[in-house]
Design a protein around this ligand. Structure first.
Ligand SMILES: [Cu+2]
Length: 137
């Protein structure tokens, strides 16, 4: 390869690395490591729906700017809006209003603010409840 081709490759390489860095810079951002209930979990009628949803993150986050919401099959919020920050600000937990629980798909939306750079990390996942509501048990 001629010198100019090597230089061209180097320029393209650094350009690609440079432009993808903002997307790769997840270092320092709290990322979920465990979920309860788990993503895509199907809770059947022989199991009980957990009293709460808990997400644990790789590192601590800014607790005043974090949020967790659980939306039920009727697009209604079915958590008790009692967000708790646990485990030295590394976990979020919210209790569920079991009187609102019906069979169907539940969506969990979470949002946390990085302590390092103030960037927001957010995401959502679903689980489903296949059994009877607690009122009927
Ligand atoms: Cu960041």
């Amino acid at each position: 390869m001629s010198f100019s081709i090597v230089i061209s490759f180097a320029i393209v390489f650094f350009y690609v690395i440079g432009t993808s860095l903002p997307f790769l810079s997840v270092y320092g951002h709290p990322i979920p490591v465990s979920y309860e209930p788990r993503p895509n979990q199907i809770i059947n009628s022989t199991q009980t729906l957990p009293d709460k949803v808990t997400i644990t993150f790789t590192e601590s986050f800014e607790s005043r700017a974090s949020s967790l919401k659980v939306i039920g099959p009727n697009n209604e919020r079915i958590d008790n809006n009692d967000l708790k920050v646990l485990d030295s600000s590394k976990a979020l937990s919210i209790s569920l209003d079991k009187s609102k629980v019906i069979p169907g798909v539940y969506t969990v939306n979470w949002l946390v603010l990085s302590k390092d750079d103030g960037h927001i990390t957010k995401g959502s996942y679903v689980f489903s409840f296949d059994g009877q509501s607690s009122q009927n048990q």
